[in-house]
Design a protein around this ligand. Structure first.
Ligand SMILES: [Zn+2]
Length: 312
């Protein structure tokens, strides 16, 4: 019988509360948080392993359970076959890289999530302005999760060989559902589905491409169903998207970023569907770069600040 053990660990919290007009992250350092972290992972993705953490002295108004994610490899060699990632021995998840290289990827992840939050808020605002409200309210459950607080591991089990620098972890709320829906893959953006959820995310991807002034594409979108309690106490269901990848025109060093080729794949594959048409995304938002811009995210925009879009 396996006995589950955990280790006390002090995290120092790093959040990404804001994204600049250029799409760059602004990180902020917060409090230290003492936790117990499971010695073994309980799940793995294609590149990250997931550990349970229990927060000591958790505030009473926060009953959420959290998980901590870290990469176990930094080479994206499985992108063509993400659902068939090699199963790991979850009791001994490797970390054969320098903490510095790992942490840079965690910061890419956090930036990606913070950008996603900006895009989703802007998308809902855009839908509302175009008379489409059926896609739902801009609640946390309705789209990308909030920017996950990113914590730094000061004494983690996996860092014995890297004494000089702690490992950064991605801390996220734990969602009870084991069900995962995949909406797109790294280089595969078409969807055979016609339900509201799939069409919403399909249109969202189109919106993001244009809202970023054709600078980036969200790929590899997957989500899990959640139930949330609204301010009035009503329960509502939604989908939390997690572990997205981005392809950017300036390729950068993020894992899974296929750069201009990844963007071109999206442009070639995306055929507007019902919701895109309802929102007039096909005509308002030319798929091919060039031409005049109407909204956006990049330098020179005199309109909304993406860090605040949707907050009003
Ligand atoms: Zn479309």
């Amino acid at each position: 019988m396996a006995v589950s053990t955990s280790t006390k660990m002090l995290f120092s919290k790093i959040t990404c509360p804001q994204i600049t007009l250029h799409g760059d992250p602004i990180f902020a350092t917060g409090d230290n948080v003492t936790t117990w972290i499971s010695d073994s992972a309980f799940a793995q993705g294609s590149m990250k392993a997931v550990y349970e953490i229990a927060v000591i002295n958790q505030p009473h108004d926060d009953t959420a359970r959290y998980v901590a994610k870290r990469f176990f490899k930094l080479q994206d060699d499985s992108w063509s076959d993400l659902d068939n990632a090699h199963p790991l021995d979850l009791t001994k998840v490797p970390a054969e890289f320098l903490a510095e290289a790992h942490n840079a990827q965690i910061q890419h992840e956090q930036t990606c999530l913070a950008r996603g939050t900006v895009f989703i808020k802007s998308f809902y605002k855009f839908c509302h302005e175009n008379g489409v409200d059926e896609v739902g309210d801009p609640s946390p459950a309705s789209g990308m999760k909030r920017p996950a607080p990113e914590l730094e591991n000061n004494q983690g089990a996996s860092t014995e060989s890297i004494p000089m620098m702690g490992l950064m972890w991605l801390i996220e709320k734990r969602h009870p559902s084991q069900r995962i829906q995949r909406f797109s893959r790294t280089l595969e953006h078409a969807t055979p589905h016609s339900d509201q959820l799939h069409l919403t995310i399909y249109a969202l991807q189109r919106f993001i491409y244009r809202y970023s002034n054709n600078e980036l594409v969200f790929a590899d979108l997957q989500g899990t169903p959640v139930t949330t309690v609204g301010r009035n106490g009503d329960l509502s269901t939604g989908t939390v998207l997690f572990d997205p990848m981005t392809c950017t025109r300036t390729q950068g060093s993020g894992i899974g970023n296929h750069g201009p080729n990844g963007i071109q794949t999206f442009v070639e594959q995306h055929q507007c569907r019902e919701l895109c048409d309802t929102l007039d995304l096909g005509t308002q938002f030319l798929l091919n770069p060039g031409k005049d811009d109407t909204a956006g995210y990049q330098l020179g925009d005199s309109g909304s600040d993406p860090g605040h879009v949707g907050d009003d």
